[in-house]
Design a protein around this ligand. Sequence first.
Ligand code: PA5
Length: 423
Amino acid sequence: MLKLDLSYAKLNENLNDYQDKVSEAHKWLHEKTGQGNDFVGWVEWPNNYDKEEFDRIIALSEKLQGKFDVLLVCGIGGSYLGARAALEMVKGLYPEGPEVIFVGNTFSNTYISQVLRHIEGKSVVLNVISKSGTTTETSISFRIFKQYIEEKFGKEEAKWRIIATTDKNRGTLKELADKEGYEEFVVPDDIGGRYSVFTAVGLLPLALAGVDIKAMMEGSKLAYEAYKSEKIEENDAYKYAVARRILDNMGYKSEMFVTYNLQLTMIAEWWKQLFGESEGKDGLGLLPSSACFSTDLHSLGQFIQQGQKVLFETLFLIDNMPEDIIFPEDAENLDNMNYLAGKKISWVNEMAMQGTLSAHTEEGGVPNILVHLEDNSAKAFGYMIYFFFKACGMSCYLLGINPFNQPGVEVYKKKMFKLLGKN
Ligand code: PA5
């Protein structure tokens, strides 16, 4: 389902030289003995996820089917990126079914006002998602949209229109949800935000939006099996992790995640958060960046080809995307484009990819890692996410850092709270 190609990576060390370190880190992940060991619940999650809660998610999504026009998903960071990435990858940018709008991820007053105006007169359901229950961006939007729903539909209807996903036992959101009588779902204690898309954090909004979450969990289980070996030569997730470390040692300090499809740009955003928050600490880590080609070949392409040699690219390629278009013939050919008549647009995109790969690697001296995914199904999404989870955990442990905390994020919060007058 997923193929890793390191033949353009120009690595100057052997992957297998890292076997001892990888075996040690593999134990940390699987035996919960490494740094941040309270947060490795995601490793076994594809096998032992809460089936009862899963059934409750399916039941709720069936019960609410057809009862709303707009689903507001209120959360930030790991509490929204996975769901948004899945939705766009699997269903595209303008899918059928309820409209899904992500809020609670910004202080932008204009965005919040525009969403309020946009949902006017529509039937709205809101899923608020926060593990801590206190994240300011989410809390601000939640209060505004909660009041909107209560005003438009009444306090009684708000009870089924608002669903909370939060900690099982504690936190402000948990207390509020108990008091208001909302249906609640759980963010497990041992799974951090950016590793949580297979929990209710991702599953509930995706089920409500019509994504096949059973297939997604099947994909994660297949990937669990595929990436459970400690041997580098049998485990592509570990190969990718080690290749990143080798490229880091070679002086490439930024990894650019490249897609060739606009509906995959949120996968890049999800990936940037996963690696950025997990790896960027103690003065270490690769800077995760992203680009969508060929669009960004007309902006970042120049730098990649001829600028400072600080980055390598990881191409995330989906081999079978649906909805192809055949480029039409034009009798007058005023635009001189008939040389492509009869060709599929996917073929043009593929040729752009091959040409760019050759330009960047052969002439630009930019190492490339290729990650091929079979298709854009929910199952493939689940498989690919688990691949990156495993690679990220391994990458961080190879670097000697805790992949599961984010102490740096607190610094801006402290300064902001002081300015906001929060006690
Ligand atoms: O990965 C993480 O842990 C973070 O990005 C969190 O998901 C993000 O800060 C939101 O936190 P919370 O779910 O507590 O509102």
